[in-house]
Write a protein that binds this ligand. Structure first.
Ligand SMILES: O=P(O)(O)OC[C@@H](O)[C@@H](O)c1c[nH]c2ccccc12
Length: 362
């Protein structure tokens, strides 16, 4: 956890983002010159951000609000321990780590350079098209099969983890698309895995499963061969979702917007042009899983609106049996995102047949 605190200055990172031109629109940076602000200015800026987030019901704070808590007292340094600079739950912890990680990656590979690398990226495949085709063919929810080694809630799911072999088995088993976790620290995933799966000739379109907090990560995902990215409404304010969706459009990527509750669903439905919404049955703050969440969020007007707009809804997490699949299908999902129940099987292709109650590859 101490990793967050190595960051020199919150605002210097923000200033850097704004000067890169294509940075996140989260909030107008108070300082665009790259100078370090005083601690009180940092606190004030953090408070503004908190207000903006709170007004949209976002409980996740993007960065430690009190700034870097290292204080120098004579020859000793000590950490200020208070509620403000300790993450309140796992999602917040992941996001704070990601903030440090991304700023380091950006330093190594500034956006201008990254954009140049896009010319050599493999072509984008049609993620949403693959879901629709599969659903029409099987009459079952299309499968996005997740290449997932571990998670903070379940620990290591599979010791002998060969991402390319697993991806190929999923494809053989009838998956429409694949999801590849790229977060290293909490999920033991990597961008190397994404790249290797893409380069191995797997035809299923690939979702880069990452905690995206900065537009830079979308370009990076594309450079590594992704066809779609995940945007988590619990983490991103509306302005970021709109802005990042536009970037995805520009790059030809599909954006899977993940929601967990009614409020997030309503925020996302108020944004024009959304084509793909994931309902996570797992609360990323508490890890509680409840597949009736998919049903709850698709009832009444919300479900109607989704039908009218022809939005594809993906039921995510906690799906283990043909009964689970039937339950979320009846609720209105046209696709499912599944990791644990199939990655754990010694033969993941057979695992898929077990999950759906029949071979969906034919
Ligand atoms: O392994 P499961 O319970 O089948 O879940 C897969 C997927 O839904 C889950 O990994 C997931 C959904 N949204 C996320 C966001 C970040 C990391 C992981 C996730």
């Amino acid at each position: 956890m101490a990793d967050f605190y190595k960051k020199p200055s919150l605002l210097s990172v923000r200033a850097q983002q704004s000067s890169s031109g294509d940075a996140s629109t989260t909030i107008a940076p108070a300082n665009v010159t790259g100078e370090t602000l005083s601690e009180s200015e940092e606190v004030e800026d953090g408070a503004m951000q908190d207000d903006l987030y709170a007004s949209q019901g976002i409980r996740i704070r993007r960065r430690p609000p009190t700034g870097p808590p290292l204080h120098y007292v004579g020859p000793f340094e000590f950490r200020l321990q208070n509620e403000g600079n300790t993450p309140r739950n796992i999602l917040e912890e992941i996001v704070w780590n990601k903030d440090v990680e991304v700023s380091q990656m950006k330093e190594k590979r500034p956006l201008a350079k990254l954009k140049g690398a896009l010319d050599n990226a493999p072509p984008v495949r049609d993620f949403i098209g693959a879901l629709r085709t599969s659903h029409l063919r099987t009459r079952l929810p299309a499968l996005i099969a997740e290449v997932k080694k571990a998670s903070p809630s379940r620990g290591v799911l599979r010791e002998d983890f060969n991402p390319v072999e697993i991806a190929q088995a999923y494809e053989k088993g009838g998956a429409a698309c694949l999801s590849v976790l790229t977060d290293e620290k909490y999920f033991q995933g990597s961008f190397e895995n994404l790249e290797a799966i893409r380069n191995a000739g797997v035809k299923c379109p690939l979702l880069c499963k990452e905690f995206i907090i900065d537009a830079w990560q979308i370009y990076y995902a594309r450079a590594k061969g992704a066809d779609a990215v995940l945007l988590i409404a619990a983490v991103l304010p509306d302005a970021d979702i709109k802005y990042m969706t536009k970037i995805c459009e520009k790059l030809g990527l599909a954006a899977l917007i993940e929601v967990h509750d009614e409020r997030e669903m309503d925020r996302v439905l108020a944004i024009d042009g959304i084509q793909l919404i994931g309902i996570n049955n797992r609360d990323l703050g508490t890890f509680q899983v409840d597949i009736s969440n998919s049903k709850k969020l698709l009832q009444g007007d919300r479900g109607q609106m989704i039908k009218q707009r022809d939005i594809i809804v993906v039921g995510e997490s906690g799906l283990f049996t043909p009964e689970d699949i039937e339950y979320v299908q009846e609720a209105g999902v046209k696709a499912v995102l599944v990791g644990e129940s199939i990655v754990k099987q010694s033969n993941p292709a057979k695992g898929i047949a077990g999950l759906f109650g029949r071979d969906i590859s034919i």
